[in-house]
Design a protein around this ligand. Structure first.
Ligand code: CMC
Length: 380
């Protein structure tokens, strides 16, 4: 009998030098560096550089990346026009997927031979930096559009995370909040062959272009079993409302066999290595905004669920309430994940391209036996 690996669970499909997830030691390394060390010490731009180039940047290399990033921060008119065509009720993941598609069609206009679509690694690195630079304005535009606010212009005197906050809220960002956003961007940036990254690699393996791979990855990330979980966490926390309601809520939810969003992971079974760092950032925000009720609800649900099921929180559990405290719309949470993961996706697209093999697995057929269309007569 064929050994079917549903969901490719436990299957190694390729090598990668970008990150290492080790569930035994509960660790995550980006190019060899523990993610919690990077989150505590680096600006997100330096981690983006690390993922793309394999090493942390020198001061000059970081300055050069920042200069390019700042030069491409604006919301291009064709992207704004495309988003404006969508209903304001469109999910922002659909806005962002559309925006990347428009950027791709614009940047690759004139490439009419499909054999040239994939681009060189150098071209794809430049495209990656431009997408990385453009995404905060796209995410911010979506939130401001839903609130009936005009977009604000990017600020050249601000680093990536501070500018992202400025673009969203149009106010001078507080350093505590900038630090929390920076940490979350670093923690979300890369996670080996997760569903969206694998999707990007599948598309790249056909020699399609980087934008098509990113659009497909955004579609995969939207689902609540993957990136959509950070949005879904807020829905359940809002549903519970107060720490006093956790026990009866959980009794009912588990009785109905509901999945509790923000808990569980395909690879980590004893806890997600990114959670302690993001929980520390959440604690800073709780102190900053003086919201002990958030800590009480968070910790009560965690304690109750872990003691009943032995299933631990993943990164989306602390990042959902952190983004909520900052004032991002719940619908903006997964787009923020896109703004971060664009770095990991594009590093994988370039890596896939450098040692490509078409990704084309097999399936075991379990449909009807061969049968014939009534009245069909074979040609003589
Ligand atoms: N709530 C309740 N039960 C759960 C949960 C959960 N969050 N996670 C796993 N289980 C149970 C599941 O019902 C199953 O039980 P049984 O064997 O009795 O049927 C068992 O644990 C195994 O679960 P599975 O879904 O088959 O295992 P998986 O390895 O495919 O699960 C997962 C990984 C992330 C899909 C799952 O844990 C889940 O659905 N979690 C909630 C959604 C979520 O938080 N996703 C974010 C994942 S991490 C960040 C990211 O990638 O974006």
């Amino acid at each position: 009998m064929t050994d079917i690996k549903k969901g490719l669970a436990g299957v190694y499909v390729d090598y990668t030098a970008i990150s290492k997830v080790n569930p035994e030691t509960n660790s995550l390394l980006y190019r060899g560096y523990p993610v919690q060390e990077l989150a505590a010490t680096q600006p997100f731009e330096a981690v983006a550089y690390l993922l793309w180039h394999g090493g942390l940047p020198t001061d000059d290399e970081l300055a050069a990346l920042r200069a390019t990033e700042r030069a491409h921060r604006g919301l291009a008119p064709e992207v704004k026009a495309a988003i404006d065509l969508l209903p304001t009720g469109a999910h922002p993941m659909d806005e962002i997927r559309t925006a990347v598609s428009v950027i791709g069609a614009t940047e690759t206009a004139g490439i009419t031979n499909v054999l040239d679509a994939v681009g060189t690694p150098a071209e794809n690195l430049e495209r990656s930096v431009r997408l990385f630079a453009a995404l905060p304005a796209i995410v911010a535009y979506g939130q401001r559009r839903r609130r009936g606010l005009d977009p604000v212009e990017p600020r050249d005197d601000l680093d990536y995370s501070a500018n992202l906050l400025w673009l969203t809220f149009g106010e001078e960002p507080d350093p505590v909040v900038v630090d929390a956003v920076n940490r979350s961007m670093i923690l979300y940036a890369e996670h080996s062959f997760n569903a969206s990254t694998f999707t990007a690699r599948v598309v790249t393996s056909t020699l399609s272009d980087l934008y098509s791979a990113v659009v497909a990855a955004i579609g995969a990330l939207k689902g609540p079993l993957h990136g959509g979980a950070n949005e879904a966490v807020l829905h359940i926390l809002n549903e519970i409302g107060d720490a006093a309601n956790v026990v009866p809520w959980l009794d009912e939810a588990l009785g109905q066999k509901r999945k509790i969003m923000g808990f569980g992971h395909r690879v980590y079974k004893r806890g997600d290595s990114r959670v302690p760092t993001m929980k520390a950032a959440l604690d800073m925000l709780i102190a900053h905004y003086d919201r002990p009720d958030v800590a009480e609800l968070y910790e009560t649900l965690e304690r109750e669920f872990v003691s009943r099921k032995g299933i631990y929180p993943n990164l989306d559990y602390p990042s959902g309430p952190a983004y909520n405290l900052i004032g991002f719309d719940v619908l903006t949470f997964t787009p923020l994940f896109v703004a971060s993961r664009i770095t990991g996706w594009t590093a994988h697209i370039i890596e896939q391209q450098s040692a490509n093999a078409l990704i084309r697995p097999l399936s075991e057929y379990n449909g009807p036996d061969e049968r014939h269309v009534p009245g069909y007569v074979a040609d003589a």
